[in-house]
Write a protein that binds this ligand. Sequence first.
Ligand code: SF4
Ligand code: SF4
Length: 146
Amino acid sequence: MVAQEVFWRSKSLQEMTPSEWESLCDGCALCCLHKLEDEDTQEVFYTSVVCHLLDFDTCRCTRYEDRCKLVPDCVKLTPQDVDDFHWLPPSCSYRLIHEGKDLPEWHPLLSGRQETVIEAEASVLSWYEVKDDEIEVEDYVDYIIE
Ligand code: SF4
Ligand code: SF4
C-alpha cells in the first residue's frame, strides 16, 4: 500500500484548504518581531522587539481575531501574497513551502506537539528582548538582530 502524501508536500500554498493553510503555521511568532527595512536596498532586518499583544506563556497572540485592527503592522498572510514571503523568517513554514523546502522535524504537524517549537528554540521566546510598548520606535534600530 502506498502511504498518502502529506498535504504540504503534495500541494502548493494556493491549493491548500483554509484549515490546511492555518495548520501550516508553526506558532513560532517570529513574525511578531518588529522589522526594519532599508529604504535603498529593501533589505529587511529583524529586531528583538516584539509586539506587546503576544502571550509569553503560550507564544500566541492574545487578540488574534482583532489583530489587524489593533496592530496596523500585523500582517495576515494569504496565499495571494506568496511572492512577498521573502520578509518572513527563514524558518517560517509558509516561506519554506514557497521555496520548495520541507518542514523541520520540530514542526507540530510532524512532531504532533505544539511545544516542540519552543523546545527546539525556534520560537520568538528565544529571540525577543523587549516589548514594543516598553521602548520608543526610534530605538528599534538598537535591537537589530545580527
Ligand atoms: S513566522 Fe510563519 S510559521 Fe511562524 S508564526 Fe509567523 S506565520 Fe506562523
Ligand atoms: S497582533 Fe498578535 S499576531 Fe499581530 S504581531 Fe501582535 S502578537 Fe503577533
